[in-house]
Design a protein around this ligand. Sequence first.
Ligand code: A3P
Length: 270
Amino acid sequence: YGKLNYIVQKWSNISAFCPDPSDMLIATYPKAGTTWTQEIVDLLLHNGDEEACKRASTSDRFPFLEIQYPPPIPSGLDLLKNMKPPRVIKTHLPIQLVPKGFWENKCKVIYVARNAKDNLVSYYHFDRMNQAQPQPGPWEEYIQKFMRGKVAWGSWYDHVKDYWKEREKRNILYLFFEDLKKVAWVPHAFRSGVSNRIVQLTSFKNMRDNPMANYTFIPKIMFDHSISPFMRRGEVGDWTNHFTPAQSQMFDEDYARQMADVDIPFCTSI
Ligand code: A3P
């Protein structure tokens, strides 16, 4: 799977990475709301200071632990070497592959999950625009690939379940994309100055127009936003515009089988 080959080649270095206890980890399955959460966390750490959070691009502010880009773009480990703790590190690794130093040092971990159908739709469009990953192929076939975990970073089902099962033991803050959307509904009057500001600064529209957060900083040869923008829709329930009723039923039946051992309160509409 393209990028993942590089990850395999560097695996011993990645898995040996030892964070500082002050480092924080944001872990997600791809397209679950990583960039959004990164921006919220950065603004919280900077008390809502918009300019401070525009000091550099998302990729430069948050080292992506396992990523290996073609030179001269620095790898996650290169960035980490040159950054002093406390750092906010991004990973898409399944929980079993997260370097053990994160657990030994009791780093704070935030996991963000998004309902399977919207996650799949977002990944499909991302794979179309991301020239560093295999092309998704026809929509119908992509659904099958996603269900079988034959996409970069593997099975969505195992990913969300394995973090869920460990969340209490390992002190993982397990968040949902759909809940982040709901935060914007809390009336202004109930939000403090700073949190009100952060909600506004991290609205879909604001982030779409923020060149330090909208991934236009990645060369077009890798991310071609003219095919599908990184900040695509940012909605809950966009899957209804993609799945036919028959595809939805087939997906739900398989979902019930794959998720039978857990009860994670996902919602597919709000
Ligand atoms: P869509 O493709 O459904 O629009 P990640 O950062 O994990 O790659 O996730 C990307 C998804 O999060 C994209 O979903 C993107 O539009 C959405 N997103 C990013 N910032 C957002 C925001 N501020 N509000 C809502 N959705 C956001």
